[in-house]
Design a protein around this ligand. Structure first.
Ligand code: 13P
Ligand code: SF4
Length: 351
C-alpha cells in the first residue's frame, strides 16, 4: 500500500499592505536595488535558462534543473531567490530547509506538474506495486514524496540504466521524455500520460520546411519534445546539454526546439552563430514561450526580496519524504558532470 503524501507544501504570499508592483517608482534602478538587497540579505539568485534575458543576466547562477538543484543544495547563502517555476523553488527548500526560499510569482506552475495529482499518482503506484517509480523533477513535492527516484532530463537515461534489468519501471509525468529514455535504454517503461504544453506545440512539418531553407543548420531538441521532432534532431538533451552542444559544435546555424529564452544564453556563449527558434504549427516562432516562466519579472524579483514573499514552506514530514528520492537522484547522477560554464551576472556567490 502506497501511503498518500500530505499536501503541505505552501507558498506564503506577501501580507496585506506589502509593497506592490504599482508602488515601485518607475525611475528605480532595479538592477542596482536588487544587487543591494542581495548583498544585505546574503541572497543568491538562481535562474533557469527559460527566464527572460534580463533575469538571466542578473542571476548568480543560470542552469538546467540538475545544476540548479545541486547549486541550491550547496550554497551558503541565507536566502535563495529561485527564478523558474514553483516546483524548482520547492526542490530548493527540500534540499536546503534552513534557507529562506523566495519565488517571484506564486502562480508560476508547470503543465507537467498539473497533469500529475498526488492522489491519482498514488493510485497509479498501487496498480503497479512491484515497479520502481522514477519521476521527472517537474512535479509537486507531494508526488516526489510518493516516488522512489527523481530524475531530470540530464540524468534520466543514466539513472534508468542503473536499475536492475528485472525491475519494472514507472515513469511520470512526461510521456515524451519517458518514451525517449525507453528508446535509448531499450527498457519497457510504463508511462504516465503527461506532457509539456511548450514542447508539444513544435510542428514536425514546419521544422522540416525550416531545415530545407537552412540545410546547414543543426537541430538541437529537448527530450520533452514528441518523437517526430526528436527524430529530426542532431542533438537531444537537457537545456544545458543543448547549450554545450551549440557552443562546442563547428556548425554556425542551429534550430532550437526548446523554450526560446535559452537562445539568450546561446548567443552569449557562441557569439556570431545563428539560432533559429523551432516553429509551431502556424510557422510562427514565439509560440513556444513558457507562460509560467514568463510570469517572473525584474519587478517581482525586487518585490520578493523586499517583502520576503512569495516564500516556499514545506511541512517537515513531507520534506523528509520528498528528500529521499531527490538524494537518490543526486547520488545516482555522480557521473553527470556539473556545468563548467557559470553564466549570470556579477555575484557574491559565483559558481
Ligand atoms: P532542463 O533545464 O532540466 O532541461 O528542464 C527543462 C524544463 O522544462 C524545465 O521546466
Ligand atoms: Fe513546465 Fe514545460 Fe514550462 Fe518547463 S517549459 S516549466 S515543463 S510548462
Amino acid at each position: 500500500m502506497i501511503e498518500s503524501a500530505i499536501a503541505t507544501s505552501t507558498v506564503v504570499l506577501p501580507p496585506p499592505g506589502a509593497l506592490k508592483e504599482t508602488d515601485i517608482d518607475p525611475g528605480l534602478d532595479l538592477v542596482a536595488e536588487i544587487g543591494r538587497l542581495r548583498r544585505e540579505r546574503n541572497a543568491i539568485i538562481l535562474a533557469h535558462y527559460y527566464q527572460d534575458g534580463e533575469i538571466q543576466d542578473l542571476a548568480d547562477f543560470v542552469g538546467d534543473s540538475l545544476d540548479l538543484s545541486r547549486k541550491a543544495a550547496a550554497t551558503d547563502a541565507d536566502v535563495i531567490v529561485f527564478c523558474g517555476v514553483r516546483f524548482m523553488g520547492e526542490v530548493a527548500k527540500i534540499l536546503s530547509p534552513s534557507k529562506t526560499v523566495l519565488i517571484p510569482d506564486a502562480d508560476a506552475g508547470c503543465s507537467l506538474e498539473e497533469s500529475c495529482r498526488a492522489d491519482t499518482f498514488a493510485r497509479f503506484r498501487e496498480r503497479h506495486p512491484d515497479h520502481v517509480a522514477i519521476t521527472y523533477i517537474n512535479c509537486s513535492a507531494e508526488v516526489k514524496a510518493l516516488s522512489d527516484i527523481i530524475v531530470t532530463s540530464s540524468n534520466a537515461e543514466a539513472i534508468v540504466r542503473q536499475i536492475p534489468a528485472d525491475r519494472p519501471i514507472l515513469f511520470a509525468p512526461d510521456r515524451h521524455l519517458g518514451a525517449y529514455v525507453a528508446r535509448r535504454t531499450g527498457r519497457d517503461l510504463t508511462l504516465w500520460p503527461g506532457a509539456c504544453i511548450v514542447h508539444e506545440q513544435f510542428s514536425e512539418k514546419e521544422l522540416a520546411k525550416l531545415k530545407l531553407r537552412h540545410p546547414d543548420a543543426r537541430i538541437a531538441a529537448h527530450p520533452e519534445c514528441p518523437d517526430p521532432i526528436l527524430a529530426q534532431a542532431d542533438c537531444v538533451g537537457s537545456t544545458r546539454a543543448l547549450l554545450d552542444y551549440v557552443t562546442n559544435s563547428d556548425a554556425r546555424e542551429f534550430i532550437i526546439a526548446t523554450e526560446p529564452h535559452i537562445i539568450h544564453q546561446m548567443e552569449r556563449a557562441a557569439p556570431g552563430k545563428l539560432f533559429l527558434p523551432a516553429p509551431g504549427a502556424d510557422g510562427g516562432c514565439n509560440c513556444a514561450d513558457c507562460p509560467f516562466m514568463a510570469l517572473n519579472t525584474m519587478e517581482k524579483v525586487y518585490l520578493a526580496l523586499v517583502n520576503d514573499a512569495p516564500r516556499v514552506e514545506i511541512a517537515e514530514e513531507l520534506r523528509i519524504k520528498a528528500l529521499k528520492p531527490l538524494e537518490r537522484m543526486l547520488e545516482m547522477s555522480a557521473s553527470v558532470p556539473m556545468s563548467t560554464s557559470a553564466p549570470g551576472g556579477s555575484s557574491p556567490h559565483a559558481a
